[in-house]
Design a protein around this ligand. Structure first.
Ligand code: NAD
Length: 419
């Protein structure tokens, strides 16, 4: 995954705008309570020790921000990256509370990680660091308390070490993290889940805007987990053409459509898309403003800026990546009537299947792929339709509508529980 350069301001400012819009809802919620929603419930900072392979003793700073658990246990990723800090974890934890609420799954929001460069660590060092971090988090995580998941530079193996370390002091608890290997209580369908969710959000948005997908062209920024699954599913299940994809090195574009399977094979063999004969090679910036009907940024935070928003040709923008549209760019897109499906709705397929993984762990009963896909579709379609109805009711965009749905659910849970 790529590191988001998100600032707290964008999410908080959308939250504040959404709260303003909520004044016109039938049932008015206490504004003081709403104003407190951006604040985290608990912020944990730990100094994680590590004995390096060369014998040196060092420490790395670790974080876990637990934003809100009114609707259920905190849920959100752990990232290992030099830029991890409290501010980033706060924003992303807040965003997770909104995402789980808009999808109506019974979780709150959390986020954390370790400020380290895992590329500089051996496998033994990475394992030891993960185990020491798990111990320091202690009883602050748990299947009914706070459930971390993979994020930037963490994966199923890191989750397996957390399960093992946690289980030494607690009973065997697969449900303490999600995104685990299948052998240790992972769920089928987790790999494709975010891409599948993006495909479903795209399908719903196209139907709402009267766009015939069979005659449509889609550009993806990125070609990693979200973009490669998303592109293949949009091509195969919706019949649209994929006109462009990109990696950190550059992009390919073909107005007749790219064969995604061949591009994947080429990318795997060459570690780059440069030289792929099925598309014209160009810069990432150029790709974003090429002709297409739908643009799906699925790589980086802040990819759509005030600099490129005015030149985007797409009629629909589906946010595969978190916080990929800067606030000023969002305003320009709105003015230009580009229909934006916001991140907390469009890329929530991953956390929904993480929820299925947790349900399977708690019940010790495992689902087949058809059940995972069917349930994911049910939840995505229902969330999309709630947000779309709210956008019409409040005469606002999908982002502010999604925020109001989420904030209302969180606030109601807080009120019902008693303050
Ligand atoms: P990934 O690391 O698998 O893929 C990222 C892709 O972006 C790679 O193909 C990389 O080459 C490309 N990229 C990097 N820099 C680029 C640049 N400057 N221009 C164009 N492409 C560039 O990550 P992912 O899991 O696919 O996640 C993508 C985004 O989606 C991230 O913002 C992540 O936070 C968000 N997201 C992911 C999930 C998930 O389940 N994987 C869930 C929700 C949100």
């Amino acid at each position: 995954m790529s590191t988001s350069t998100m600032t707290r301001d964008a999410v908080t400012s959308y939250t504040m705008t959404a709260i303003e819009h909520m004044r016109s809802l039938e049932t008015v919620i206490d504004q003081d309570l709403l104003a407190a929603i951006p604040k985290s419930k608990r912020e944990i900072i730990v100094e994680v020790p590590l004995r390096r392979d060369n014998g040196r003793y060092v420490t790395f700073r670790g974080y876990r921000v637990q934003h809100n658990d009114a609707r259920g246990p905190f849920k959100g990723g752990l990232r290992f990256h030099p830029t991890v800090d409290l501010k980033e974890a706060r924003t992303l934890a807040h965003l997770m509370s909104l995402k789980t609420a808009v999808m109506n799954i019974p979780f709150g929001g959390g986020k954390g990680g370790i400020a380290c460069d895992p590329k500089q660590l051996s496998t033994r060092e990475l394992e030891q660091l993960t185990r020491n971090f798990t111990n320091l988090l202690g009883d602050n995580i748990g299947p009914l308390i706070d459930i971390p998941a993979p994020d930037v530079n963490t994966n199923a193996q890191v989750m397996a070490w957390i399960v093992d370390e946690y289980s030494k002091k607690h009973s065997q608890a697969w449900g303490v993290v999600t995104g685990k290997p299948l052998e240790l209580g992972g769920s089928v369908g987790r790999d494709e889940a975010t891409g599948r969710g993006v495909m479903l959000a795209t399908r719903e948005a196209a139907a709402e805007r009267g766009l015939n997908l069979k005659n449509s062209g889609v550009i993806f920024q990125g070609f990693g987990n979200v973009a490669s699954f998303g592109a293949r599913l949009i091509e195969q299940e919706l019949g649209a053409k994929i006109l462009g994809v990109s990696t950190s090195q550059g992009a390919i574009y073909n107005k007749k459509g790219i064969d995604i399977d061949s591009a994947e094979v080429y990318y795997r063999q060459n570690k780059s898309l440069r030289g792929f004969s099925g598309g014209e090679w160009m810069t990432n910036d150029e790709l974003l403003v090429r002709d297409c009907d739908i643009l799906i940024p699925a790589a980086l935070g802040n990819a759509i800026t005030a600099r490129n928003a005015g030149a985007i040709k797409a009629k629909i923008l589906v946010e595969g990546a978190n916080d990929c549209t800067e606030a000023e760019a969002d305003r320009i897109l709105l003015e230009r009537k580009v229909f934006v499906v916001p991140d907390i709705l469009a890329n929530a397929g991953g956390v929904v299947v993480s929820y299925f993984e947790w349900v399977q762990n708690l019940s010790n009963h495992y689902w087949g792929i058809d059940q995972v896909r069917k349930e994911l579709e049910r939840i995505m379609v229902s969330a999309y339709s709630n947000v779309s109805a709210r956008a019409q009711e409040l005469q606002t965009c999908m982002r502010i509508a999604a925020y109001t749905v989420a904030i209302e659910r969180i606030a109601r849970a807080m009120i019902l529980r008693g303050l």
